[in-house]
Design a protein around this ligand. Structure first.
Ligand code: BES
Ligand code: MN
Ligand code: ZN
Length: 483
C-alpha cells in the first residue's frame, strides 16, 4: 500500500531563508504584520478573525503570505496539528511552503513536540485514498516544505516521530478504506507482515488449522459461512531495555460484515467494510512503536474474518465454544464481533498482562448513544479506565465512559449454554455487548473501546478526510509512551 505523502521534501531550518520563502505564514499578531509587509486593513477586510486554523491569503510583493489563526489562548498539541493541516491546505496551489508555526508553539510545549505536531498535521491533511480513482483530478503536491524551528532542536528525531505517527494513522485509514472484497483476513495478515518486516516486530499468524488446534471457536464460528480463510494476527513489540509493563491490544477484524444468516439490510450493510477498524488501529499503532521506542512490551492481537451467510454458516441457536472454554448460544449471527473478540480476549487474559485494551466497531447502539465523534469506553478496573481516559485526552480522541451494569448481566443468561450473544431487548446494546466481552477478560485489568462511531467521518476538515479516521491509533501510542 502506498504510504507516501504528496510532499517531496521537508527541511527544518532555524531561520527563514529569503530564497526558500515562496509562501510564508506567521502568527497573526499586529506587531508581526509589518515584518511580513502585510497591511492590517487588508487582513481585516479579508474577514479574518484569527480562530485556530483559519487561513487567509495575502500578497506581499511576489510572495504569498498565509495568515493562519492561532486563537487567543495557549496552543495545545492538537491545535498545532490543526493549524499545520490548514497551512498545507492553503498552500496546495503553490509548490513550496515555509512555516514558522513550530517557533510559536515551541514556547509552550517545547521545540520537539511542536515540530512533531507541525509535521503530523501537514502529512495527515495531505492523506487521501485514491487508489481506485482516475487521474482526472489535479493532485496537489508540495515540492518543498521548510519548517522553521528553534536552534538546537533534534530535528531528525522529531521528523522521524512525526512521520511514524502520521504513517501509522494513514495505514489504519488505508486498511479501513480498502474495499472488503480486497482487504480480506489474508490481506490483513499480509499487511501486518509487511509492517513487521519493516519495523522488526515479532509476528505470528494463525490460519484456520491453527485456530482449530488453539480452540478459537468464536473466530471459526463466525468464519463458517465464508469462503475466505480466517486469520489471527499476533504482533509483539519489545523494548530494547527493561520492560516496565505489558499491554495487550485486541482488535475486531471483521473484513466485511453481511450480518451472516441474520442478514443486514441494504442500508445497514453498505458501510460494513469498516468493520475491521479495531484491528486496523492495532496494526497502525504497532507500526509506530519501534520508532517511538516506549519501554513497555506491547502485544497486538487481531481477530480477522468476514461474516457471511454461506451454506455452512453458524445458524441462530447454534452453540460455539470459545477459547477459554465458555460456551455461547448464537441467537443473532450479526452480533459477531463479540464472538471473535471473545477468543482474542481469552488469549490476552491467559498471559495476564498489566492491561488489555480492545477496540471494536461493535454496536450501532453505541452510535445511537454517543453519535459519530465519541467512542464508548467500558472497563472492569477503575485504574485501567483512568489510564485510557488520560491517554485519550492527551491524544485528543474523544471517548465517553459507559457503565457495565451488573443488573443487565442476566440478559445474557442462556438456558442451554454459558451465555447468549445478544441481550434480551434492544435497549442498552452497547452495554450488553461490553458485559459479554467482560466474561473473557477474566481478572486482568481491561478496557473496551466501541469505535463504531468515530472510525469514519463524513467531513474533510483539519487532519481528517472523508472516510476512515484512523481513530484509536493516537490513544494507543500515547498509552504506551506515557506508561
Ligand atoms: N459491525 C456491527 C456494528 C456497527 C454498526 C458498526 C454500524 C458500525 C456501524 C456489528 O457487528 C453489529 O452488527 N451489531 C449489531 C448487534 C446486534 C445484532 C445485537 C447492531 O449493532 O445492530
Ligand atoms: Mn454484525
Ligand atoms: Zn460487525
Amino acid at each position: 500500500m502506498p504510504l507516501t505523502f504528496p510532499i517531496e521534501a521537508i527541511n527544518v531550518v532555524s531561520e527563514i531563508g529569503a530564497t526558500q520563502t515562496v509562501a510564508s505564514d506567521r502568527p497573526v499578531r499586529s506587531d508581526d504584520l509589518e515584518l511580513l509587509g502585510v497591511e492590517r486593513p487588508y487582513l481585516d477586510a479579508s474577514g479574518f478573525t484569527g480562530k485556530v486554523g483559519e487561513t487567509t491569503l495575502l500578497p506581499n510583493g511576489t510572495n504569498l503570505v498565509i495568515a493562519v489563526g492561532l486563537g487567543d489562548s495557549e496552543l495545545t498539541v492538537s491545535e498545532v496539528r490543526r493549524v499545520s493541516a490548514s497551512l498545507w491546505k492553503a498552500a496546495t496551489k503553490v509548490k513550496s511552503l515555509s512555516s514558522t508555526v513550530a517557533m510559536v508553539a515551541a514556547q509552550t510545549m517545547g521545540a520537539e513536540k511542536a515540530l512533531q505536531a507541525v509535521i503530523e498535521g501537514m502529512l495527515l491533511a495531505s492523506y487521501r485514498f485514491d487508489e481506485h480513482k482516475g487521474m482526472t483530478e489535479d493532485p496537489s503536491f508540495l515540492e518543498n516544505v521548510v519548517i522553521v524551528a528553534p536552534d538546537g532542536v533534534d530535528a531528525s528525531k522529531a521528523l522521524d516521530r512525526g512521520l511514524s505517527v502520521a504513517r501509522a494513522i494513514a495505514l489504519a485509514r488505508d486498511l479501513v478504506n480498502h474495499p472488503g472484497g480486497s482487504m480480506t483476513a489474508i490481506g490483513m495478515a499480509g499487511e501486518a507482515e509487511k509492517v513487521a518486516s519493516e519495523t522488526g516486530l515479532e509476528i505470528e499468524i494463525w490460519n484456520r488449522e491453527r485456530l482449530e488446534e488453539e480452540k478459537c471457536g468464536g473466530i471459526l464460528g463466525v468464519n463458517a459461512g465464508s469462503t475466505e480463510e480466517p486469520r489471527l494476527i499476533r504482533m509483539t513489540y519489545r523494548p530494547l531495555g527493561e520492560s516496565r509493563a505489558t499491554i495487550h491490544l485486541v482488535g475486531k477484524g471483521i473484513t466485511f460484515d453481511t450480518g451472516g444468516l441474520n442478514l443486514k439490510s441494504f442500508e445497514g450493510m453498505e458501510t460494513m467494510k469498516i468493520d475491521m477498524g479495531g484491528a486496523a488501529a492495532v496494526i497502525g499503532a504497532m507500526s509506530a512503536l519501534s520508532s517511538l521506542a516506549p519501554d513497555v512490551t506491547v502485544v497486538g492481537t487481531c481477530c480477522c474474518t468476514d461474516n457471511q451467510p454461506g451454506p455452512n454458516a453458524t445458524k441462530p441457536g447454534d452453540v460455539l465454544k470459545i477459547r477459554n472454554g465458555k460456551t455461547v448460544e448464537v441467537l443473532n449471527t450479526d452480533a459477531e464481533g463479540r464472538l471473535v473478540l471473545a477468543d482474542g480476549l481469552s488469549i490476552a487474559a491467559e498471559e495476564a498482562p498489566d492491561l488489555i485494551v480492545d477496540l471494536a466497531t461493535l454496536t450501532g447502539a453505541c452510535m445511537v448513544a454517543l453519535g459519530n465523534e465519541y467512542a464508548g469506553l467500558m472497563g472492569n478496573d477503575a485504574g485501567a479506565v483512568a489510564r485510557v481516559e488520560s491517554a485519550s485526552s492527551a491524544a485528543n480522541e474523544k471517548m465517553w465512559h459507559l457503565p457495565l451494569p451488573k443488573e443487565y448481566r442476566k440478559q445474557l443468561d442462556s438456558p442451554i449454554a454459558d451465555l447468549r450473544n445478544i441481550g434480551t431487548g434492544r435497549l442498552g446494546g452497547a452495554l450488553t455487548a461490553g458485559l459479554f466481552l467482560k466474561e473473557f477478560a477474566g481478572n486482568t485489568p481491561w478496557v473496551h473501546l466501541d469505535i463504531a462511531g468515530p472510525v469514519t467521518t463524513e467531513e474533510t476538515t483539519g487532519e481528517s478526510s472523508k472516510g476512515a479516521t484512523g481513530f484509536g491509533v493516537r490513544t494507543l501510542l500515547e498509552l504506551a509512551v506515557s506508561w
